[in-house]
Design a protein around this ligand. Structure first.
Ligand code: HEC
Ligand code: HEC
Length: 320
């Protein structure tokens, strides 16, 4: 195994922070844990400089390039097709490159979305929703969708649709996860150094397996999702049988193995905190387009604990 230079990712953190500092709000009264709102107190980080390498990759990038939102590193260029200009970033492309936040693999981080292997028409539709505000993300996808041409959207959708997702999150049931904070720069939870553990309560807590590799946008370094004990089995029952009487079997529309059907997206193996955020968003009208009207009926009767359980179960499934 190669011996990567492991640097703390401050350059990355700072540059992403510049983009991410736009104040983010969550709809009133919704659970903050699902929205990755940065904590007030932030543990210090150290600047990354010089060459960065990752295990298994023959590429080497300067830390500033790794941190760049407009020209993201492509650690494993053999693992995907030729990247269109909006994905890899190119002069003349407005705002940030898709590959910066979603990674060149499309699998992204819990605060963004895993778009690898999603149906082309689904992605095109979401971009329309973001553009016209039916799906709300005023700080990231809204402006990006407005600035991206239909042709560029289609090329990006086709690129990501062709990528086969790898298992990207391990779901762990525990009542005492490590103490975490939401990093202002990374926008996801990181473990508080020496912080011990804390009660999980009614939350899903997601952290990178290796925060340095994740900060360096490594598409092979996955996430851990801590969920309350019993969530996976409870979620499995809700998804399969609708046993609480509140839910409709998800497989009818998302396919027998929940890996997608037609232009209805895969929900197996997505980041649990992302799934929860979308289901809560659909219940509250912040993630709704015409096609999402179908989902509104499905989610209307779900409690927050049901949503946590369903998200835990779906996250525990293989995406392939
Ligand atoms: C600055 C970071 C950033 C960049 C750059 C970015 N995205 Fe996103 N994307 C996000 C976030 C954050 C979300 C999740 C929004 C939410 O929670 O609803 C998202 C969600 C999405 C979704 C919805 C996924 C789903 O499963 O419904 C699609 C599709 C998408 N992005 C496509 C793109 C494309 C195509 C590009 C490039 C043109 C792009 N994104 C660039 C941050 C980004
Ligand atoms: C009647 C059909 C139908 C059923 C039943 C259904 N869904 Fe969906 N679901 C959809 C459609 C259609 C979309 C895409 C909506 C859009 O294009 O905006 C969707 C989208 C989603 C998304 C967003 C995916 C993403 O990448 O952002 C999640 C999460 C989801 N469904 C979960 C579920 C769960 C969990 C169940 C069962 C409790 C379920 N769905 C049952 C039709 C359905």
């Amino acid at each position: 195994m190669s011996n990567p230079i492991r640097v703390l990712p401050l350059a990355f953190l700072l540059s992403v922070a510049a983009a991410a500092q736009v104040p983010q709000s969550i709809p009133n009264g919704l659970p903050t844990w699902a929205y990755n709102i940065p904590d007030k107190v932030q543990p210090p980080t150290v600047a990354a400089t010089g060459a960065v390498r990752l295990p298994g990759s023959s590429q080497e990038y300067d830390a500033t390039r790794v941190a760049s939102g407009s020209n993201p590193p492509d650690w494993f260029p053999d693992e995907h097709g030729p990247a269109p200009r909006v994905v890899k970033g190119e002069a003349g492309v407005a705002l940030q490159a898709c590959g910066a936040c979603h990674l060149m693999s499309g699998q992204g981080h819990p605060e963004s979305a895993d778009i690898a292997g999603l149906p082309v028409e689904y992605v095109v539709r979401q971009m329309k929703y973001f553009k016209d505000g039916a799906r709300k993300d005023d700080t990231r996808m809204g402006p990006i969708a407005k600035a991206t041409s239909e042709e560029d959207v289609r090329q990006a959708a086709e690129y990501f649709a062709a990528i086969k997702p790898i298992p990207w999150v391990k779901v762990i049931e525990t009542s005492t996860p490590p103490k975490t904070y939401v990093s202002a720069a990374a926008r996801h939870r990181l473990v508080v150094p020496g912080g011990g553990t804390e009660p999980i309560g009614h939350r899903i807590i997601e952290t990178p397996v290796d925060p340095v590799r994740t900060a360096n946008r490594d598409p092979h370094s996955p996430f851990l999702a801590y969920v309350p004990p019993g969530s996976i089995a409870k979620g499995g029952a809700l998804v399969k049988t609708g046993s609480s009487g509140k839910t409709i079997q998800c497989a009818i529309c998302h396919g027998d193995d929940l890996k997608g059907l037609g232009d209805v997206p895969r929900i197996a193996g997505l980041q649990p905190v992302y799934i929860a955020r979308q289901l809560i968003g659909m219940q509250n009208g912040s993630s709704a387009g015409t096609a999402a009207a179908l989902m509104k009926k499905v989610v209307s009767g779900l409690s927050e604990d049901d949503i946590i359980s369903i998200s835990a179960y779906l996250g525990s499934l293989s995406p392939q």
